[in-house]
Design a protein around this ligand. Structure first.
Ligand SMILES: [Zn+2]
Length: 549
């Protein structure tokens, strides 16, 4: 006995057996109940999701005389001969191998004759987009004046390649990829029926790899069964597909969490030396990151529980990330997964991806400071425009170029800083400055890392209850400014000043220097403005310059 591939042996024979696609089968079954049929149907959608299976079930049900109307009985002579492909009135044509006008002309000649054994002649044309233009024209002529007893069912993975004149004459159905749970359920059903031993995780992995295609899932199940004498275990699925196992990915994501670039690269290197394919590696990493995010956001949902994600150390790894981090990384991995198909050096691209993932904060901070720089420049420009000062092209260019050292969120307005520098409480300030090393020492005892950030700054003023600390570097300022860190410094100072509560104001040294310069310049500002007006008049002529206060 020759072996029949699973996807053939388990091809659905009734609408009830079809996995997914209820939006299509329900409509077709209604048409059957009312016995009202179109002359042409178009089924479009990805490969291996049931287009031709549904077409054949529909063809059988149309010609079946038995009850119920909305399913084929699969028992009568008509049903049985359609299933076996022996009924001449129901013809399957593969347009990929019969592309020419001759085949379609033959078809045009044939459709004239009434069916011999059943009520309707039915033509199922698979991959119909492969037909030549001449063949399309011949088909169109038939569709324009179809004989009453003929029904066409066209199937295609690429509906956009069909002429609109054809599409407009068909009742169209878009079939969808089959969802993960439905594929797993079908695999489980078949394994149970055939008494195959299986690990649930193995079926999950097959379904993930098949990406919504049931035929691919069943072919893969076939290969796995052949590989491991009729047992379906995860290890075998991974060997057949070249997948990377969760243990490796867990290791990898732990190293990424620790921002340990050499260790992350070495996990990857080992996987490649074990014969894994970089492209498959990225695909597996994509699903792994998705699972981490699922565990983090919705640990209670059934998918997480069913797949035993919580057991395998997933939760522990997931807990090392914020949801925002995981989402950003998911985007990066998805982008690489897409691009890697077109790249000759996939291995290097994956290494780059891993480095980016390890350096995620650096990238974010850079873009944050850039944004903040831009924001400041725009504000300055708006101020100038509001004053009616013309903005020269060169200045616009400079404004577009972000200053990397510019301040960041939470910085203090310039006006406020000018006020502070004028009202500096010199007496208290001298005391704080005199004891600054001591304060740093106490902070170090509380939290070593904060001390490392804080030594980048120095006190520059005391104003009312504020102690102003100016930093050379935006990252140091930002980290020291986190409320928990600010609290530590404030507590230390409160202890040392015998209970007097101060608040810390963390700013950038560049902002402070600007503010000090500002106090000197205030009196000159009016003159500068007059100069600007003079320049503007020179550039544009007097009638174009309006001075607004
Ligand atoms: Zn029947």
């Amino acid at each position: 006995m020759t072996y029949l591939a699973l996807y053939r042996a388990w091809r659905p024979q009734s609408f009830a057996d079809v996995t997914g696609q209820q939006h299509v089968t329900r409509t077709l079954q209604n048409a059957l109940l009312q016995q009202k049929f179109s002359h042409a149907y178009l089924f479009s959608g990805p490969r291996g999701i049931g287009k031709t299976s549904i077409a054949k079930i529909f063809a059988k049900a149309i010609n079946c005389k038995q009850e119920p109307l909305n399913e084929p009985c699969n028992e009568c002579p008509s049903c049985r001969s359609i299933t076996s492909g022996e009924l001449l009135d129901v013809t399957e044509i593969d347009a990929a191998s019969n592309r020419g006008v001759d085949e379609i002309r033959d078809l045009r000649d044939q459709v004239k004759y009434a069916p011999t054994e059943v009520d309707y002649k039915i033509y199922i044309i698979d991959e119909v987009h492969m037909l030549t233009n001449e063949a399309f024209n011949a088909l169109l002529k038939t569709l324009e004046e179809p004989p009453k007893h003929v029904i066409f069912i066209l199937a295609t993975t690429e509906p956009h390649k069909l002429p609109l004149t054809i599409i407009s004459r068909c009742q169209r159905f878009d079939l969808q990829r089959i969802n993960h749970e439905d594929i797993v359920a079908r695999l489980r059903f078949i394994c149970d029926e055939l008494n195959f031993e299986y690990e649930p995780a193995a079926l999950e992995l097959i379904a993930s790899t098949a990406e919504g295609g049931l035929r691919d899932a069943l072919s893969l199940l076939d290969q796995v069964l052949a590989f491991g004498d009729n047992r379906v275990i995860q290890e075998h699925v991974m060997q057949v597909t070249g997948s990377v196992n969760d243990k490796v990915l867990c290791d990898l994501m732990e190293q990424v969490a620790d921002r340990n670039i050499p260790a992350a690269l070495s996990v990857y290197d080992q996987a490649i030396r074990d014969g894994k394919d970089p492209k498959q590696f990225v695909k597996d990493l994509l699903y792994f990151c998705r699972d981490l995010l699922l565990v983090l956001l919705t640990p209670d949902i059934s998918e997480v529980n069913q797949r035993g994600l919580l057991k395998k150390g997933f939760a522990e790894v997931a807990g090392k990330y914020s949801d925002q981090e995981l989402m950003t990384m998911l985007e990066q991995v998805a982008k690489t997964d897409y691009e890697i198909k077109y790249i000759n050096q996939p291995r290097v691209v994956v290494e780059l991806l891993l480095i980016q993932m390890c350096r995620r904060d650096v990238a974010r901070r850079d873009s944050d400071t850039m944004l903040e720089g831009l924001r400041k420049q725009v504000a300055q420009l708006e101020e100038r425009i509001a004053k009616g000062v013309p903005v020269a092209t060169q200045q616009v260019k400079d404004a577009n170029r972000p200053k990397l050292s510019a301040g960041s969120q939470g910085s203090v307005q310039k006006d406020k800083l000018i006020e502070i520098s004028k009202g500096n409480n010199i007496k208290v300030f001298d005391k704080i400055k005199g004891h600054w090393d001591e304060i740093l020492e106490h902070v170090k005892r509380e939290k070593v890392t904060l001390h490392a950030w804080l030594i980048n700054g120095q006190p520059v003023a005391v104003y009312q209850t504020y102690i102003v600390i100016a930093f050379q570097n935006a990252i140091h300022r930002e980290t020291s400014d986190q409320s928990a860190n600010r609290q530590i410094v404030e507590n230390v100072i409160q202890k040392m000043t015998a209970g007097k509560p101060f608040q810390i104001m963390n700013i950038l040294m560049s902002e402070w220097n600007e503010a000090i310069a500002g106090t000197k310049d205030v009196s000159d500002e009016k003159n500068q403005e007059n100069d600007s007006v003079k320049q503007a008049i020179e550039m544009f002529g007097e009638e174009f310059v309006v001075i607004k206060d």
